[in-house]
Design a protein around this ligand. Structure first.
Ligand SMILES: [Zn+2]
Ligand SMILES: [Zn+2]
Length: 299
């Protein structure tokens, strides 16, 4: 399956501190993809073909750091909406893998295990992202026991200061906070739920950080791309286009995974500030399931 425009051989992909290795063939290729068509052809349109014969999606052009956040969010929303139609082949396979994985987990399974979380990451990549995140992030547990948050995502494009923590050959690092010592999470089922909720939340950040243009060094229309990203995704990463995609994923989760998912949308929205929430129409807040203060109205 294509995850890097389908054309680039995976053995040539290389990242260092989350950036494509400078002057490598891979870096040159990315710059070509990003700049293709000059400023007028940038950000790149994403062309998605649905293949009826095998229920798969193909991307004609899918470039790292190359797209409009609105288009990328819409693409994810349409993947999540497959819940009402024929599922994609990648989704069917992902769902089967997730069921199998859950059946292997017992009360004694150690959940604080990076390889288990990376496996779930790959499964979610198949189900919610059509495989486009495969190999691009590493998931690990935060070495610090004390943390205020459930997890976080470091990508050099939205968190330049943390990029030295990103291991070689991936574009982004997701860290989950261990909950084994937390008295509220002694039940492993509950703990696994929290880890998977957090993982999907962070994967959405990773996806938008990896595929959209935020006006980085290689961008031919820096100011416009920066502005567009701020408006669509925001400072903390939880504005409109993140919200819309997260909402569709939450709605799709019971059909895909047999369980509810809680992506912490309301607390995340409030990270964007009161002023932003006040700028949203009542209708938008309503669509997202929030009251006028951005609090989720639980049904
Ligand atoms: Zn750009
Ligand atoms: Zn977040």
């Amino acid at each position: 399956m294509s995850h890097l425009s389908g054309k680039f051989p995976f053995n040539k992909v290389g990242f260092h501190h989350g950036y494509p290795v400078p002057d490598s063939e891979f870096h040159t290729w990315i710059m070509q993809q990003v700049k293709v068509g000059g400023p007028d052809g940038h950000p790149l349109n994403i062309d998605v073909d649905f293949e009826l014969s095998d229920s798969s999606l193909h991307f004609q052009r899918l470039a790292l750091y190359g797209h409009n956040p609105l288009h990328m969010s819409r693409m994810l929303q349409s993947i999540a909406r497959r819940r009402d139609r024929n599922l994609l082949k990648s989704q069917q396979e992902g769902i089967a893998r997730f069921e199998h994985l859950k059946s292997r987990i017992t009360y004694d399974t150690v959940l604080e295990d990076g390889s288990l979380m990376n496996e779930i990451y790959d499964i979610f990549s198949e189900i919610f992202f059509n495989g486009t995140l495969r190999y691009l992030c590493k998931v690990e547990f935060d070495p610090e026991e004390l943390s205020r948050c459930w997890g976080y995502c470091i990508s050099p494009h939205n968190d330049p200061s943390g990029r030295q923590y990103i291991p070689d050959n991936v574009a982004s690092l997701i860290r989950l906070h261990k909950l084994g010592q937390n008295p509220n999470f002694q039940d492993p089922t509950k703990r696994l739920r929290q880890y998977t909720d957090t993982l999907l939340h962070e994967m959405l950040h990773a996806f938008l950080g990896i595929y959209t243009c935020m006006g980085g060094a290689d961008c031919p229309s820096k100011i416009a791309c920066e502005e567009r990203f701020k408006e669509a995704i925001g400072f903390s990463g939880h504005r409109g286009q993140w919200q819309e995609a997260a909402l569709e994923m939450e709605i799709a989760a019971p059909a895909f995974l047999g369980q509810e998912f809680y992506m912490n949308r309301d607390a995340s929205l409030r990270e964007e500030g009161e002023e932003y929430i006040a700028s949203l129409s009542r209708e938008t807040l309503d669509d997202w399931g929030f009251d006028e203060y951005g609090r989720e109205i639980r049904k």
